[in-house]
Design a protein around this ligand. Structure first.
Ligand code: G3H
Length: 201
Protein backbone atom coordinates (compact mmCIF):
# COMPACT_ATOMS: atom_id res chain seq x y z
CA UNK A 1 0.00 0.00 0.00
CA UNK A 2 1.26 3.44 -0.90
CA UNK A 3 1.52 6.24 1.67
CA UNK A 4 -0.20 9.63 1.52
CA UNK A 5 1.71 12.41 3.26
CA UNK A 6 -0.07 15.58 4.33
CA UNK A 7 1.67 18.67 5.63
CA UNK A 8 0.71 22.28 6.08
CA UNK A 9 3.12 24.91 4.75
CA UNK A 10 5.72 26.18 7.21
CA UNK A 11 4.64 28.95 9.58
CA UNK A 12 3.69 32.08 7.61
CA UNK A 13 3.79 35.72 8.62
CA UNK A 14 -0.02 35.66 8.90
CA UNK A 15 0.20 32.63 11.23
CA UNK A 16 2.47 34.70 13.46
CA UNK A 17 0.01 37.62 13.42
CA UNK A 18 -2.99 35.26 13.77
CA UNK A 19 -4.57 36.62 10.58
CA UNK A 20 -6.77 34.70 8.14
CA UNK A 21 -6.60 34.75 4.37
CA UNK A 22 -4.01 36.80 2.50
CA UNK A 23 -1.06 35.37 0.68
CA UNK A 24 1.82 35.93 3.07
CA UNK A 25 5.17 34.22 2.75
CA UNK A 26 6.96 32.01 5.28
CA UNK A 27 8.34 33.38 8.55
CA UNK A 28 11.96 32.59 9.43
CA UNK A 29 10.70 29.61 11.45
CA UNK A 30 8.56 28.49 8.52
CA UNK A 31 11.62 28.48 6.28
CA UNK A 32 13.44 26.30 8.76
CA UNK A 33 10.50 23.91 8.73
CA UNK A 34 10.67 23.69 4.94
CA UNK A 35 14.35 22.66 5.16
CA UNK A 36 13.63 20.00 7.77
CA UNK A 37 10.60 18.76 5.87
CA UNK A 38 12.82 18.35 2.80
CA UNK A 39 15.29 16.28 4.87
CA UNK A 40 12.42 14.18 6.18
CA UNK A 41 11.06 13.40 2.72
CA UNK A 42 14.56 12.80 1.42
CA UNK A 43 15.00 9.99 3.92
CA UNK A 44 11.49 8.61 3.32
CA UNK A 45 12.22 8.23 -0.40
CA UNK A 46 15.79 6.96 -0.58
CA UNK A 47 16.13 6.05 -4.26
CA UNK A 48 15.86 8.05 -7.47
CA UNK A 49 13.25 5.59 -8.81
CA UNK A 50 10.93 6.03 -5.85
CA UNK A 51 11.40 9.82 -5.88
CA UNK A 52 10.31 9.91 -9.51
CA UNK A 53 7.12 8.02 -8.66
CA UNK A 54 5.88 10.60 -6.14
CA UNK A 55 2.73 12.50 -6.91
CA UNK A 56 3.46 15.91 -5.44
CA UNK A 57 0.65 18.45 -5.14
CA UNK A 58 0.65 21.88 -3.59
CA UNK A 59 -1.50 25.00 -3.82
CA UNK A 60 -0.80 28.23 -5.68
CA UNK A 61 -0.30 30.27 -2.50
CA UNK A 62 3.11 31.69 -1.60
CA UNK A 63 3.54 29.93 1.74
CA UNK A 64 2.75 26.52 0.24
CA UNK A 65 4.70 27.06 -2.97
CA UNK A 66 7.75 28.26 -1.02
CA UNK A 67 7.62 25.23 1.32
CA UNK A 68 7.16 22.89 -1.65
CA UNK A 69 10.00 24.46 -3.62
CA UNK A 70 12.47 23.70 -0.83
CA UNK A 71 11.29 20.07 -0.78
CA UNK A 72 11.29 19.89 -4.58
CA UNK A 73 14.85 21.12 -4.84
CA UNK A 74 16.14 18.58 -2.38
CA UNK A 75 14.30 15.66 -4.01
CA UNK A 76 14.82 16.92 -7.57
CA UNK A 77 11.17 16.59 -8.47
CA UNK A 78 8.49 19.12 -9.41
CA UNK A 79 5.28 19.83 -7.49
CA UNK A 80 2.06 20.42 -9.36
CA UNK A 81 0.46 23.66 -8.18
CA UNK A 82 -3.30 23.35 -7.94
CA UNK A 83 -5.73 26.19 -7.24
CA UNK A 84 -8.06 23.46 -5.99
CA UNK A 85 -5.76 23.19 -2.95
CA UNK A 86 -5.73 26.92 -2.10
CA UNK A 87 -6.83 27.73 1.45
CA UNK A 88 -10.48 28.48 2.28
CA UNK A 89 -11.50 31.82 0.82
CA UNK A 90 -12.46 34.00 3.78
CA UNK A 91 -14.08 36.67 1.58
CA UNK A 92 -14.67 39.99 3.33
CA UNK A 93 -12.61 38.83 6.33
CA UNK A 94 -9.42 38.53 4.30
CA UNK A 95 -6.41 39.77 6.26
CA UNK A 96 -8.26 40.14 9.57
CA UNK A 97 -7.50 38.59 12.96
CA UNK A 98 -10.29 36.60 14.65
CA UNK A 99 -10.78 39.40 17.19
CA UNK A 100 -11.11 41.96 14.39
CA UNK A 101 -13.75 39.74 12.78
CA UNK A 102 -15.60 39.48 16.11
CA UNK A 103 -15.57 43.26 16.43
CA UNK A 104 -16.42 44.19 12.89
CA UNK A 105 -18.81 41.37 12.01
CA UNK A 106 -20.20 40.09 15.35
CA UNK A 107 -23.15 38.33 13.72
CA UNK A 108 -20.95 36.45 11.30
CA UNK A 109 -18.54 35.57 14.06
CA UNK A 110 -21.39 34.14 16.11
CA UNK A 111 -22.91 32.32 13.17
CA UNK A 112 -19.62 30.62 12.38
CA UNK A 113 -19.19 29.64 16.00
CA UNK A 114 -22.56 27.87 15.92
CA UNK A 115 -22.19 26.31 12.47
CA UNK A 116 -18.55 26.26 11.39
CA UNK A 117 -19.25 23.56 8.80
CA UNK A 118 -21.96 25.35 6.86
CA UNK A 119 -21.02 28.97 7.51
CA UNK A 120 -19.93 30.67 4.30
CA UNK A 121 -17.78 33.79 4.65
CA UNK A 122 -19.52 36.58 2.69
CA UNK A 123 -17.96 36.52 -0.80
CA UNK A 124 -15.96 33.50 0.36
CA UNK A 125 -16.38 29.83 1.15
CA UNK A 126 -17.59 27.38 3.78
CA UNK A 127 -16.13 24.01 4.77
CA UNK A 128 -18.95 22.39 2.80
CA UNK A 129 -17.78 24.35 -0.26
CA UNK A 130 -14.23 23.06 0.31
CA UNK A 131 -15.38 19.47 0.59
CA UNK A 132 -16.84 19.69 -2.90
CA UNK A 133 -13.93 21.78 -4.24
CA UNK A 134 -11.34 19.13 -3.40
CA UNK A 135 -13.25 16.25 -5.01
CA UNK A 136 -11.17 16.25 -8.23
CA UNK A 137 -7.96 15.94 -6.19
CA UNK A 138 -9.41 12.98 -4.32
CA UNK A 139 -10.24 11.31 -7.65
CA UNK A 140 -6.65 11.83 -8.80
CA UNK A 141 -5.23 10.35 -5.60
CA UNK A 142 -7.63 7.41 -5.66
CA UNK A 143 -6.90 6.49 -9.25
CA UNK A 144 -3.11 6.44 -8.78
CA UNK A 145 -1.08 3.83 -6.96
CA UNK A 146 1.98 5.96 -6.33
CA UNK A 147 3.03 7.65 -3.10
CA UNK A 148 1.41 11.05 -2.62
CA UNK A 149 2.83 14.19 -1.01
CA UNK A 150 0.54 17.14 -0.38
CA UNK A 151 1.71 20.45 1.04
CA UNK A 152 -1.28 22.68 1.59
CA UNK A 153 -3.35 24.45 4.23
CA UNK A 154 -5.21 23.77 7.45
CA UNK A 155 -8.82 23.86 6.24
CA UNK A 156 -8.01 22.01 2.99
CA UNK A 157 -6.07 19.30 4.81
CA UNK A 158 -8.91 18.87 7.29
CA UNK A 159 -11.14 17.96 4.34
CA UNK A 160 -8.60 15.63 2.71
CA UNK A 161 -7.70 13.96 5.99
CA UNK A 162 -11.38 13.38 6.82
CA UNK A 163 -11.94 11.68 3.48
CA UNK A 164 -9.12 9.17 3.95
CA UNK A 165 -9.64 8.78 7.65
CA UNK A 166 -13.41 8.40 7.20
CA UNK A 167 -14.37 11.03 9.73
CA UNK A 168 -17.98 12.17 9.83
CA UNK A 169 -18.54 15.40 7.90
CA UNK A 170 -19.52 17.47 10.99
CA UNK A 171 -16.09 16.69 12.49
CA UNK A 172 -14.18 18.22 9.58
CA UNK A 173 -13.88 21.88 10.73
CA UNK A 174 -12.34 21.00 14.08
CA UNK A 175 -9.89 18.24 13.12
CA UNK A 176 -6.42 18.75 14.52
CA UNK A 177 -3.98 19.54 11.70
CA UNK A 178 -1.15 21.40 13.40
CA UNK A 179 1.68 23.35 11.82
CA UNK A 180 5.05 21.63 11.54
CA UNK A 181 3.73 18.11 11.55
CA UNK A 182 3.62 15.49 8.79
CA UNK A 183 0.65 13.14 8.76
CA UNK A 184 1.44 9.88 7.01
CA UNK A 185 -1.65 7.90 6.04
CA UNK A 186 -1.46 4.41 4.64
CA UNK A 187 -4.86 3.34 3.35
CA UNK A 188 -5.69 -0.34 3.96
CA UNK A 189 -8.81 -2.24 2.92
CA UNK A 190 -11.28 -0.70 5.37
CA UNK A 191 -9.26 1.83 7.33
CA UNK A 192 -6.13 3.92 7.30
CA UNK A 193 -2.92 3.55 9.29
CA UNK A 194 -1.78 6.88 10.62
CA UNK A 195 1.55 8.18 11.80
CA UNK A 196 2.20 11.76 12.88
CA UNK A 197 5.72 13.10 12.78
CA UNK A 198 6.32 16.39 14.58
CA UNK A 199 9.13 18.31 13.00
CA UNK A 200 10.51 20.99 15.28
CA UNK A 201 12.10 23.65 13.11
O1 G3H B 1 -8.78 30.54 7.76
C1 G3H B 1 -7.91 29.71 7.63
C2 G3H B 1 -7.63 28.63 8.56
O2 G3H B 1 -6.63 27.79 8.14
C3 G3H B 1 -8.86 27.84 8.86
O3 G3H B 1 -9.05 28.02 10.19
O4 G3H B 1 -11.41 27.30 9.82
O5 G3H B 1 -10.27 26.98 12.04
O6 G3H B 1 -10.91 29.28 11.25
P1 G3H B 1 -10.49 27.88 10.86
Amino acid sequence: PRPIYLSRHGESQYNVDDRVGGDSDLSALGEMYAEKLADFFYSEFPTKEIKNEIIFFTSTMRRAVHTSDVVAQKLEIQPLQLKTLDEINVGICDGMTYSEIAQKFPNDFQERKINKLGYRYPRGESYLDLISRIEPVIFEIERSRQPVMIIAHQAILRCLYAYFHQNEIPEVPTLDIPLHCVIKLTPAAYFCFEKRVLINP
